[in-house]
Design a protein around this ligand. Sequence first.
Ligand SMILES: Cc1cc2nc3c(=O)[nH]c(=O)nc-3n(C[C@H](O)[C@H](O)[C@H](O)COP(=O)(O)OP(=O)(O)OC[C@H]3O[C@@H](n4cnc5c(N)ncnc54)[C@H](O)[C@@H]3O)c2cc1C
Length: 485
Amino acid sequence: MPEIVVAGAGLGGLLTALALAGDGHHVTVLERDAGAPPGEPLAAWDHWQRRGVAQFRQLFYLLPGFRQLAERELPAVTDALDAVALRHHPLADVTGESSQPDGDIVTVTARRPTVEAAIARLTDTTPGIDVHRGAPIRGLATGDPIAGVPHVTGVVTDHGVRRADLVVDATGRRSPASDWLTAVGARPWPEVAEDSGFVYHSRHFRGPDGRVPALRGPLLQHFGSLSALTLPAEGGTWGVGLITSSRDDQLRALHRVDAWTAVARALTPIAHWVDGDPITGVDVMTRLEDRHRTLCPDRRPLVTGFAPVADSWASTNPTLGRGTTLALLHALALRDTIRAVGLHDPAAFAVAWHDITERDMRPHYDAVVTADRHRIGEIDAAIDGRPYDDADVAWRAYRMLEDTAHLDPELLRGWFRIAGLVATGTEVFSEDGFLRRVARAARRHTHAAPVITRDRLVTLAHTAGTNAAPARGDGPATRTNDRLS
Ligand SMILES: Cc1cc2nc3c(=O)[nH]c(=O)nc-3n(C[C@H](O)[C@H](O)[C@H](O)COP(=O)(O)OP(=O)(O)OC[C@H]3O[C@@H](n4cnc5c(N)ncnc54)[C@H](O)[C@@H]3O)c2cc1C
């Protein structure tokens, strides 16, 4: 069986190792960070340092599509997460009815360190996987060229070269692969990158009685020029994120605890989520890029024996919570490509990996980029006080569905299936009678007054600290991380 080295033990690297080991491959995972996860995943938030993952203590949730895929393909992952995380049935959360037929729509929430520790513990006990922490990869080792391009035969570590039939780059958004490729004389995979334009201001809380606030709507809600993410988590903790445009100078004050709290309290549907003991200050994340790499321009490999997965191949603005679901999808696609093509012809494998990535993953990437541009357009319009108008029919249909979903459980279910990556928009909208239902609901839909006006939002952000209700303790200081790109 081939020997595979995975660079990076983030969620993408760990899921890749699990997918490949399931097919009998021997997988060595090399992780730069030295700290091992605590034996008890629930202790990870307090006791696990992960400098290599900038978003380690940011808001986190796993879409229904993740759970569905994991249940089908890697059930041990589902079991590991079920032991530590919360499961939500979003239809029941929104309608208040617990008997909804939504078995395939389950969102999993827990703080990221807990999730990563649970999956790390699983990889540590899975036969065929060796994880080495404190083992940075310094570069690539190459042998004789194949198809006229460098062929990677392993990785260079502080202890010498580790040989591999395939090196998988799972080093995340800040993947050093371009430098590694240049150093061995290969042309780096061409990249397209743009700032998605969003800023995250998030905080975590703990409830005094160990309970999490009631969900009275979807996890992600839009309030004009600002979106809010409310995520119940394990152990009576939860996270709240306020997401704005990086061009919105008037809401920059949200990095301050007083401004953040005043604004969150004014958003009636989520105001009760601020009533807890803060366990963080406001963690700010900016410069979140939408970036992807083309592996074989013109279907010609630039390198063989080396394949990126997950964020190393493409990373997107995380508002929609898709990253880890797409990482799992990509990991399973890698397993299936090796099954179908093998690794004995590295050039054929490189082209196949390019083709599968473009066919199965690229549409997801494009969908997030499109959604980002529309959401930024909506925010700009809300700031200017004008309606957002765009000719993109698919986008208009999706927003109409979002606006009317509360009027019809079938629409709600369709919306959650699309947002949860359980089905594509095309699949849901082409179901018999679905469009008619949306149109019927749209006729009944009346535009409610906004929860908060732009003027009030700006006033609150600026006057907080002088007249806003104080938070229950300010929690630790604000942390800013703008080094993701
Ligand atoms: C702010 C934010 C919030 C997010 N929220 C969500 C969410 O709610 N839900 C969701 O599904 N996704 C979310 N994501 C996306 C998600 O984090 C990733 O898509 C997913 O975890 C896959 O990441 P990865 O494993 O590819 O990379 P990473 O998690 O970044 O892991 C890369 C690993 O490689 C290691 N490494 C780097 N260089 C080397 C080297 N030279 N040698 C060895 N190891 C190295 C790093 O130390 C790190 O451990 C979010 C992302 C961000 C930025």
